[in-house]
Write a protein that binds this ligand. Sequence first.
Ligand code: GAR
Length: 240
Amino acid sequence: MSVDTISIKTQSVDNVSLPNKPLRVAVLVSGSGSNLQVLIDAMQAGTLPIEIVGVISNREDAYAVTRANAAAIPVAILSHVASGKRMGIKTFEQHANDQLQAWQPDLIVLAGFMRVLSGSFINSSPAPMINLHPSLLPAYKGLDTHQRAIQAGERHHGCSIHIVTAELDAGAVLTQAVLEVNQKDTADGLQKRVQKLEHQLLPWTVLLLAKGVLSLEQDQLGTQQKTCMPLLPLKLYVDS
Ligand code: GAR
């Protein structure tokens, strides 16, 4: 991590008074849940002032479910293939919305959640939603981001955290972590290197949100630059 990055973090966070209550966070997952695990570890270590109030998985077999269970976090499995029947996105969204309303989160984190959500679900959400995406947005929205970055001969690649809006991977980008692409990088190798960045970027971003350094209020997004903050997205450069 560069010296610049460290100074941004400490300078900004020190100037903000701590909320008394931890930020209530709900996490949506579909896969391994390594990013969920990072949040669980930081919460349990007391380094992140959050309470993970629940996890929603659209896959019964996602390892993220095992991780949440091990941490005694409530889990709702809304499998898209429950009992051999495919659950349509509308039904999924109805159940997910009911569950989120019950948990009353302050923030919803999509961490490897692989279903596309509708505008009406996003707009009726009880809390703002952020998504972790494996590219330097606005480049490479959608899938196969690492392969496409290599094929295009990109010198830099990484991951982004953005506000979820009805348009896929198109909401305001809050933070990014960047690495240099090596000539010998394969898509798999690059995915692993980017995921290591994700494990730093996600807790760092949630910390900034939990401490109120970053705001997700649309009307404040453009004005946080009036404080000591540099222009969004905040970038985390990590030596690779
Ligand atoms: C992460 O690498 C994340 O960037 C990606 O899924 C992975 C989940 O890993 N998300 C997307 O592709 C969203 N479009 P994890 O389950 O180990 O956290």
